[in-house]
Design a protein around this ligand. Structure first.
Ligand SMILES: Nc1ncnc2c1ncn2[C@@H]1O[C@H](COP(=O)(O)OP(=O)(O)O)[C@@H](O)[C@H]1O
Ligand SMILES: [Mg+2]
Length: 260
């Protein structure tokens, strides 16, 4: 399927994919922030981690990505931040086809996505405040804009009082909230969280989930990979289930029962 080479069609003839991705003008409510169309990812060793994946995520959605270890959840997320390129198919973030954007525009598209990992990935010698500020410093944000931005995201995640602590002085939940603040500081459209509660006990996991729900209510689209069947089932959000690289289920208000 050719997305950009074709002459622009009259608006009425625009495909659903074009409308969803903003290639053709679409009413805002119909816009999708994430589109994967017929995506296959084969790693250099021949492993097909994703096979013919189709996924459309409208702005403001909260999506759980579930499935056993090795199903392809992390690979899908790596495609969204252009850490990896699709072998086949199209990945579109907020209207930008990731395989076709010029290299110089990659950082700008990446900043639309905040990412949160299972193991937090904080800089150990920097304080909470500095960890969050660093994300802005590396993108050349002027000093005067950094302070208010960092202060406000630390307030959102409830860490104003711990701003000067080092990661080693924090609980696991506080470390993950620091990572969420860092993900938020660029004012992203999407937060991708790859098993963000994987290292946390159940009570703290719920705190992190509540925080992600609150951020979602602020209008940020959330895509969260998890093994936590209890959390997924309790919240009745959209559930996309991967197995062996394929989407085997995509349901609204769904439950999740692990079979592994
Ligand atoms: N860089 C890589 N090279 C080769 N195979 C990989 C690579 N990354 C992941 N895989 C394989 O792709 C499959 C999907 O992995 P992954 O996306 O990490 O799954 P999940 O996050 O659901 O556990 C697994 O079989 C994994 O071993
Ligand atoms: Mg993974």
């Amino acid at each position: 399927m050719t997305l950009t080479a074709a002459p622009s069609p009259p608006e009425a003839a625009a495909s659903l994919l074009d409308r969803l991705t903003g290639r053709a003008r679409a009413p805002r409510a119909e816009r999708a922030v994430v589109v994967l169309h017929d995506v296959t990812k084969r790693y250099p060793n021949g492993k097909e981690a994703l096979k013919d994946v189709d996924l459309v995520v409208p702005e403001g959605d909260f999506v759980f990505l579930v499935g056993p270890s090795g199903a392809g959840k992390s690979t899908l997320m790596k495609l969204l931040i252009r850490d990896e390129l699709a072998t086949k198919g199209v990945v579109v973030i907020d209207g930008a086809d990731l395989a076709r954007i010029p290299r110089r525009r990659v950082p700008k598209v990446r900043r639309k996505i905040g990412i949160v990992f299972q193991d937090f990935k904080l800089l150990p010698r920097k304080s909470v405040w500095e960890n969050v500020a660093f994300a802005l410093e590396v993108t050349g944000t002027p000093r005067r804009r950094i302070r208010p931005a960092v202060d406000s995201v630390l307030a959102v995640v409830g860490l104003t009082g711990q701003a000067q602590q080092l990661p080693t002085q924090l609980s696991g939940g506080e470390q993950q909230r620091t990572a969420i603040a860092r993900a938020l500081v660029h004012d992203p459209r999407i937060i991708i969280a790859d098993e963000p509660t994987g290292n946390l006990d159940p009570v703290i996991s719920w705190e992190i989930i509540q925080l992600l729900l609150r951020i979602n209510e602020l209008g940020v689209t959330i895509l969260m990979a998890t093994h936590d069947a209890e959390v997924v089932t309790a919240l009745r959000k959209r559930v996309v289930a991967l197995e062996d690289g394929r989407i085997i289920r995509d349901e609204m208000s769904a439950a999740y029962h692990r079979e592994d």
